[in-house]
Design a protein around this ligand. Structure first.
Ligand SMILES: Cc1cc2nc3c(=O)[nH]c(=O)nc-3n(C[C@H](O)[C@H](O)[C@H](O)COP(=O)(O)OP(=O)(O)OC[C@H]3O[C@@H](n4cnc5c(N)ncnc54)[C@H](O)[C@@H]3O)c2cc1C
Length: 370
């Protein structure tokens, strides 16, 4: 006897899937078995990550308990890191060799991105990447101890919002003698944000003694140093890698249609281009007609259109396009109870901005605490 129940399989418990599951608690999908496959039980919330490093939030406060969210949504939680998939046979394979044969009617992928360490010699051996987050936090807790015991030099590579906020957060937690160098390939920090944002944050970094190497590039990472573009060397006891997001490598063999950079190409409905039953959302997805910045804000916002289209697809109804908001608000903490707000051409730097950020982030996390 074949079951008439449909199978919805979610790969990765990123922001979009965590929110999708949460929404299904309120309005369950009738006649659908849901499975979440995730390599972590605790999914980090990026908005609170630098705040956690700066000591404002505990591990629990910044992580979503995925098995708990699954339980509330009536979904099955499967622990595993997907490393391969075959769209033809609809089978997934995990890094432990397990074959997940759920025959999904709909598969959705929300596995995020990570900074590309493989393109610079030595970076994958010696640098600590900002993603996966558990690796970053483990590396940081080791480095923090070293800084407390020894004179230490930390080089951060990447001066976007993540790199800047992380540098400020780390610097707030170690003895003053710790040397920080931030290397960024662009002539100014945070080039995706307006000038005032960059000025505020450049000022904060300088005031806290962080050395800036702008318009420069790390071309090699060695055990205790980094090599710069002009051949010069910088002493580096620890290197943090916070460069532009790159897609997971396993996608290149997945049979999915990918962009030049290797992200999953999706339509505005969030369906993949070649396989209408496979959806992708968050950093890993690129809408072919409208590539968006890779940010947690968009991963969060994709939850509503994803839910809408998952429901429509499973019930054979017409799907609708995701119409992303153009301007987004970014709030960048400075680890002293203040934050810089960035919104289009506007910027504000104050305690009020931190209180606002804190409220938004706590409210976001509260919805998962049932
Ligand atoms: C230091 C730092 C600070 C940041 N701060 C902000 C911020 O304040 N605001 C903002 O908007 N953005 C911020 N970002 C960017 C933000 O982290 C990402 O854009 C966001 O996390 C993307 O969300 P996502 O849902 O696509 O994936 P993620 O949040 O990365 O989640 C992906 C999930 O999938 C799991 N996974 C990965 N691979 C597999 C696999 N093969 N099998 C099973 N599970 C898998 C991962 O463990 C993870 O739980 C920051 C980034 C960094 C590095």
């Amino acid at each position: 006897m074949t079951s008439s129940r449909k199978q919805l399989v979610l790969v990765g418990g990123g922001h979009t899937h965590a929110l999708l599951l949460n929404r299904l608690v309120e309005e369950p999908l009738e006649g659908v078995d849901i499975t979440l496959v995730s390599d972590v039980r605790d999914a980090p919330y990026s908005g609170m990550l630098p705040g956690h490093v700066a000591g404002f939030y505990s591990h629990r406060e910044m992580h979503i308990d995925l098995p708990l969210v699954c339980e509330a949504a009536g979904a099955k939680f499967v622990a595993g890191k997907v490393i391969a998939m075959d769209p033809q046979s609809r089978v997934l394979r995990t890094d432990s060799g397990e074959v997940l044969d759920f025959s999904p009617d709909l598969l959705s992928i929300n596995v995020g991105s990570h900074p590309k360490v493989s393109s610079v010699p030595g970076a994958s051996e010696y640098a600590i990447p900002s993603k996966p987050v558990p690796e970053l936090l483990e590396g940081w807790s080791r480095v923090k101890e070293e800084c407390r015991e020894f004179e230490w030099t930390i080089v951060v590579v990447g001066g976007g919002a993540g790199g800047v906020e992380l540098t400020i957060a780390m610097q707030s937690q170690v003895p003053e003698r710790t040397r920080f160098v931030l290397v960024h390939s662009h002539e100014r920090l945070l080039e995706w944000h307006n000038d005032r944002v960059a000025r505020h944050l450049t000022g904060v970094l300088r005031k806290r003694g962080v050395e800036l190497r702008l318009g420069d590039r790390v071309t090699e990472v060695q055990e205790k140093s980094v090599v710069l573009r002009d051949g010069g060397e910088l002493n580096a006891d620890s290197v943090f890698w916070v460069t532009q997001p790159a897609p997971p490598e396993w996608l290149s063999e997945s049979g999915l249609d990918l962009t030049e950079k290797g992200f999953i190409r999706v339509k505005p409905t969030l369906q993949t281009v070649k396989h209408p039953w496979i959806f992708a959302a968050g950093d890993v997805a690129t809408i072919e007609s409208d590539p968006l910045p890779k940010s947690g804000v968009y991963a969060v916002r994709m939850a509503v259109p994803l839910e809408r289209n998952v429901r429509a697809f499973l019930s054979g109804e017409e799907l609708s396009d995701y119409d992303p908001q153009r301007k987004t608000l970014a709030l960048i903490g400075t680890a002293d109870g203040k934050a810089v707000a960035s919104y289009g051409p506007f910027s504000w730097y104050s305690r009020g901005m931190w209180r606002w950020k804190d409220r938004i982030d706590k409210k976001f996390m509260e919805q998962f605490c049932r």
